[in-house]
Write a protein that binds this ligand. Structure first.
Ligand SMILES: Cc1cc2nc3c(=O)[nH]c(=O)nc-3n(C[C@H](O)[C@H](O)[C@H](O)COP(=O)(O)OP(=O)(O)OC[C@H]3O[C@@H](n4cnc5c(N)ncnc54)[C@H](O)[C@@H]3O)c2cc1C
Length: 426
């Protein structure tokens, strides 16, 4: 019977290394030089490179890529466990060459790019010589591809792209943009004439693509294949996000527990007040349930496919947002006034929780997906009553026993006695 929640010792050593490395090297760098990975300063770059070289020596660079796509091929379960550590440190994904939105874009390139496209874009992306962004959402259509309007027209040796995209994260600082058009996924260098980045919002950009011309070989994957590429991008990514969210929940939880033991009020430490205990217990159980759910989903992906696991991936997506909301609220509350300031990570974690329910598709869409898929395995009942209607089931059971009763009248009498007894009890 294969049912095992343990991590093999060899991989546990890797996890322990990552944990120590993030705590002792990545976090301090981030406090002194925030966003160091994006810095152009040679001294800061040297610091980043020093850390990234250590990651590469451990074989942990670009961990999200499968072996056939040029990565270590850990699969989703091991990746999940790694992300559970990386997610606690905001700079860690970049130090490990595994930060969104580059990861998803690299996955698309690795899976659908021609050799030439991989050489031109995938290699420099993996080496962080360039950075990318993903332009999918449209101002009038959110993330419903059926409402998208951005389109590429073929004109001789070029594609001409026209449209408008909303909330392209880090578009302003990207070297290349992956633009989802109604007729395919295109790679557009940001400096191409006609790429007009609007002044607001600052970090998640509103971009107008006006007569943007790119060569024919900037189409990624097949013509009209954008939806398939987009699915490829998001499936595994959601599980990585989920494990990083668990890391954020765990961070909030650790802070809540430490505080519960440190603060005294009305004659006892607050961890001895029952209402504080309730928050701790509820948060603990919520995190454990989410973690198991995410790891089981990752395991399912490894043992089947993203497509076959889509119901659970969608369920994980909205559940993680809810758990983050609940746990970070509990933690913030237990920290009292300090929790409301920006002197601990809690306020930022709590503020990020609603965002989690919107990015990568709003909760409602994922819930609808789950309900639709789940209902496919059910059928309506015949007649007025549900299958579990007790009088009907009892009647069917009596019918089933008739031959036995005919052969043994004492048994019938016994059954009648039971019937009377339970009828009188009601
Ligand atoms: C932090 C962050 C980063 C992002 N990064 C990127 C990026 O890099 N590239 C990119 O292309 N996009 C990105 N997005 C955009 C993201 O994909 C969209 O925000 C998301 O898909 C929802 O679209 P919208 O914001 O237009 O909301 P809307 O679609 O307008 O939805 C607003 C509300 O309407 C309701 N609603 C919408 N649709 C339904 C439905 N089908 N059923 C029931 N209720 C519904 C829900 O209450 C929902 O919250 C990012 C978003 C965030 C928050």
């Amino acid at each position: 019977m294969a049912w095992d929640f343990s991590t093999d010792p060899e991989f546990q050593e890797k996890l322990d290394w990552v944990d120590q490395f993030c705590r002792e090297e990545v976090e301090p760098l981030d406090y002194v030089f925030p966003y160091a990975v994006r810095s152009k300063d040679p001294k800061i770059r040297a610091l980043v490179k020093g850390l990234q070289d250590q990651v590469k020596e451990q074989g942990l660079w670009a961990i999200f890529l499968d072996k056939d796509l040029g990565g270590p091929g850990y699969g989703q379960l091991k990746l999940g466990l790694l992300n559970e550590i990386l997610g606690r440190y905001s700079a860690a994904p970049q130090i490990f060459g595994a930060a969104a939105p580059d990861t998803g874009n690299m996955e698309m390139l690795a899976a659908y790019g021609t050799d030439e496209q991989k050489k031109r874009w995938l290699e420099p992306l993996i080496n962080q010589e360039i950075f990318s962004a993903y332009s999918m959402t449209e101002p009038q259509g959110g993330s419903d591809p059926n409402l998208f309007r951005t389109h590429a027209m073929r004109d001789g040796d070029e594609w001409v792209i026209n449209g408008e995209k909303w909330f392209t994260s880090a578009g302003r600082v990207a070297d290349i943009l992956f633009v989802m058009c109604t007729n395919g996924m295109f790679v557009v260098p940001r400096e191409t004439p006609g790429v007009e980045i609007q002044p607001e919002p600052r970090n998640h950009n509103h971009i107008i693509y006006r007569d943007v011309r790119v060569p024919l070989d900037h189409l990624l994957g097949p013509e009209n294949g954008a939806k398939v590429l987009a699915q490829r991008r998001l499936g595994g990514g959601r599980i990585h996000h989920a494990m990083r969210t668990i890391a954020q929940c765990k961070l909030a939880f650790d802070m809540m527990c430490e505080r519960a033991l440190s603060r005294e009020s009305h004659g006892k430490i607050i961890g001895e007040h029952q209402m504080v205990q309730e928050r701790i217990a509820d948060s603990y159980a919520a995190i454990r349930m989410l973690r198991l759910f995410v790891l089981e989903t990752a395991w399912k992906i490894d043992n089947s496919s993203t497509q076959e696991t889509r119901t659970d991936i969608a369920a994980v997506k909205f559940t993680m947002a809810k758990v983050l909301r609940d746990v970070s609220y509990n933690a913030l509350h237990i920290l009292g006034s300090l929790g409301t300031t920006d002197l601990t990570p809690l306020q930022a974690i709590y503020a990020a929780a609603p965002t989690m329910g919107i990015a990568d598709g709003v909760d409602e869409v994922h819930k609808a997906t789950v309900a639709r898929n789940v209902l496919k395995d059910y059928e309506p009942h015949d007649g007025y009553w549900p299958t579990e209607y007790i009088p009907a089931k009892r009647e069917a059971a009596w019918q089933k026993f008739q031959p036995k009763f005919e052969a043994d009248p004492d048994l019938r009498e016994l059954a009648e006695g039971y019937k009377k007894y339970f009828a009188n009890r009601r």
